[in-house]
Each structure stands twice: as structure tokens, then as C-alpha cells.
Ligand binder design. Sequence first.
Ligand code: IMP
Ligand code: MG
Length: 481
Amino acid sequence: MTTPAELLARCPFPPPGSPVTCAVSGGADSLALLVLAAEAGCDVTAVHVDHGLRPGSGAEADRVAEVAARVGAAFRAEVVAVRAGPNLEARSRRARYAVLPADVLTGHTADDQAETVLLNLLRGAGLDGLAGYDPRRRPLRGLRRRETQALCSALGLHPLQDPSNDDPRFRRNRVRHELLPLLDAIAERDVAAVLSRQAAVLRSDAELLEELALAVDPGDAAALAAAPAALAHRAVRRWLRTGDERHPPDAATVARVLAVARGEAVACEVGGGREVRRSRQKMVLGGTRGYVADVPSEPEHQHLFESPDLGEVVVDAATLQARVAELGAAITLDYAERAPLLIGVLKGAATFMTDLARTIALPLEIDFMAVSSYGNATRTSGVVRIVKDLDIDLTGRDVILVEDIVDSGLTLSYLRKTLAARGANSLEVCALLVREGLQKTDEELRYVGFRIPPKFVVGYGLDVAEKYRNLPYVCVFEGNA
Ligand code: IMP
Ligand code: MG
């Protein structure tokens, strides 16, 4: 019979008395985690996260609460709202980790590790992927799934069976139920145990390389080009992986960046609308084609002032400012040794333009023009009239037309035509926002801040009947215009 004490000897829990939070779904692994953490003498809080996706998930929380009470652990139920739709698994994980403390313990076993390693192998992962999951905060990593199940039955606990664990549409389930048994048969040994031990060894190699790669500055083209490939790759991957949300770049992207470092290209795309560009010996990460605004799903915001018409924030103030600075840096590089003339389209672009101008490290000039598309409607009529013309002569100038938002593109194509006839040396467009969908082509947009979903938005210069321009962020307008 499996006893908690036997298993505990193989689980590195924090010392007795340590406060720990355990994520407990109610399956055998997480129930074993809860029982063993209590047995280890930790001060345990069990947290169940209900994603509200499956009927009856509320009752699951009650089952976990019962077990927590039985082992003397505190219990907390969290409910997160995850809407059905694409990337459900990733969004659920993000929502779950948002309500769990960073040092939460989870019940991953050696079997999970073996499955993770194989899944990563099938994805074409390198050393880091083959090192499997991060063993920190996974005290059951030395146990087997059959042992957590045996523990539950010995204690008379009835773990919840998640029906999706048997669904062969999930690759992990096929690895678990088909691939690993086949590997065991071919190798005539317990392959999961082998893989989880290998993962631990590979992890220490990966950690060493990661540390050595810290010495390689990805902003320095010569250093990057001269570094050993293993370190240069890591330096580039870390650089491009800003924020946890972003996936690490693929091998082809890293190879393109290294080609830029070696001087084989001046710039390359690195995904997500970003690019890496070399300016003399400096490598600069930026993007000119527009990030896709990731509209957060939580409906609660503190708006600048109360209004029932203000909805979800599409781009928050900090993200706006960071992006404006990136665009300014790209323009600074592109127009080096020139003095561009920024032309803002009143009134919407005024806010963006004055912020943008302050991030461009060149002796630029600014001017404004005002056009009217007749009326206050939330749709462009297509008929555009110049209400205020420019003060500065365009002859021989490098003009950057600054726009708040490009929707149908009608305003822009009218302005382009008009300005092109005035003798400028060059004419490019910098648009803070592009609404996805309507424009036939946006090849003409040299610089784009964000690509936004097809909703009417206000703030950061954008208005409805002259209101809301002062919001320091961009949000959805939900009223009737
Ligand atoms: P377009 O001619 O259809 O590309 O429309 C561009 C102009 O319409 C912008 O310069 C804005 O003045 C206005 N506009 C388009 N969409 C929005 C919006 O979502 N909020 C506020 N103004 C908008
Ligand atoms: Mg406008």
C-alpha cells in the first residue's frame, strides 16, 4: 500500500511551516500534491481555478474544498472568465496564472515531464525544449502518475477525471496513451523514467549556456557575429522575447537576425510586425508595420472620467508611449542626416504627432493641415475638403504624413494625391492605428503603430463629435454617434 510518508521522501517540499499555495484541479496528481504538502508540514492553501468553460466545474471546487478541509489546508476558489474562441488553452493558462501567486506549486509528475519532452521533440525543439518543464515548484516531479493514483485510492479520495484527458485530438493524450507504451515496448524499459532523468541533465547544460550568453550583447552587431553560434542564438532569442506573452522566435528568424549582424542584410522581419535593423554597428529592434493590438478581455477599467459610452481599452497608455518611441526610433534611423517634415492631420493626429516628434532625434519641422470629411459621423464619407492648408513649402522636403487612424484609407489617398503634386523629395505615411479589414492595400503605410479590430475607437486624439480626444489611451466607443 502506498503511504504519504513513502512518497514524501521523494518530494522536495519547502521546510515545515513554509506557506505554500497549491493549484488543485481535483485530479489525482493535484490531490496528491495537496495531501503531500500538508504531510510535509507546510502551511498549505489549496486554490481551485474555475474557468467557467465546462458545466459542473463549480461542483469540482467543492470536492477540492472537502479534501483541503480533511488535510487541514486552507482553501480558496477562483473563478476566471475565459471566453471561448481561438487560443483557448493559452488564454486559459494566462487567466489561471493571473489569479495564482508566482510561486504556486503544481502537481506535475515524471510522466508529465516525459510527455512534455516528447511533445517538444516533435515540435523540433532544441536543448531548452528537450530539458522539459521547469522543475522548480513541481515537487512531484520525481513521482509517477500511477503513484499519485495509488495514493488517492489508499486514502479513499476520488479524483476527478477530466474527460479531455482521453481525447485523442489532443496530441499530449496520444503521446501518453500510444507513443510512450510503444516506446516502452521497443526499448524494453520504462522510457518515461529515462526521459525525465535526461531532461534534468539537459537542463543543467541549458542553464550554463544561458548564463554564458548573457555576455553577448545583441545590440552589438560585431559581438553577435563573432560569438559562438550556440550563444549568439540564445542572445537573439532572449532579446526578441520581450514579455512573457511572446513566443520565442523560430530558428529561421534567429538566422535572419544573425545575417543582419554579419552585414549580409540591413534589416529583417522578426514577426509580430517587428524588425531588426542594423545601423552602423548597432542592432536596433523595432517595427514599422504595426503590432496587432491585443484587446484585453476583462471589461473593467478605470476610465479617465465616467461615461457609459467608453468600452474596452484597445491600447493602454503605457503601450502607446512605448510604441510611439519605437516608431520614433525607426524614423530616426531611416532619416539619419536628414530633417524630415512631419505633417499632422488635424485634429485627430495632433496628440500622436506631438508625442512622436519628441521621440525623433533629428532636426525636424512640423506642420498641420486640416481636412473635413463632412460631419461628425463615425464613417468617412469619402469626400474630403482641405479646411486648413500647410504653411511650409514642400519643395525638396522629406515629408512624413502623420495620421491618427486609417480606416477606409480614403482620407489618406486624397491627401497623398494632393501632396504628391507639391514637389516633395519623398512622402511616407506614419499612422498610429490601422483598422483591419477595409483598406484595399496598406503597402503605402511605411510606419504603423497598431492594427486594431473593426470597432470605432476614441482617445489619444480620436474623437466622437469632438469629445474624448483627451483620453491618454485608445478605447472602444460604445455609444451611438
Ligand atoms: P478613412 O478616410 O476612412 O481612412 O478615415 C480616416 C479618418 O476617419 C480618421 O483620420 C479619423 O478622423 C476618422 N476615423 C476613422 N475611424 C475612426 C475611429 O475609430 N475613431 C475616431 N475617428 C475615426
Ligand atoms: Mg477625425
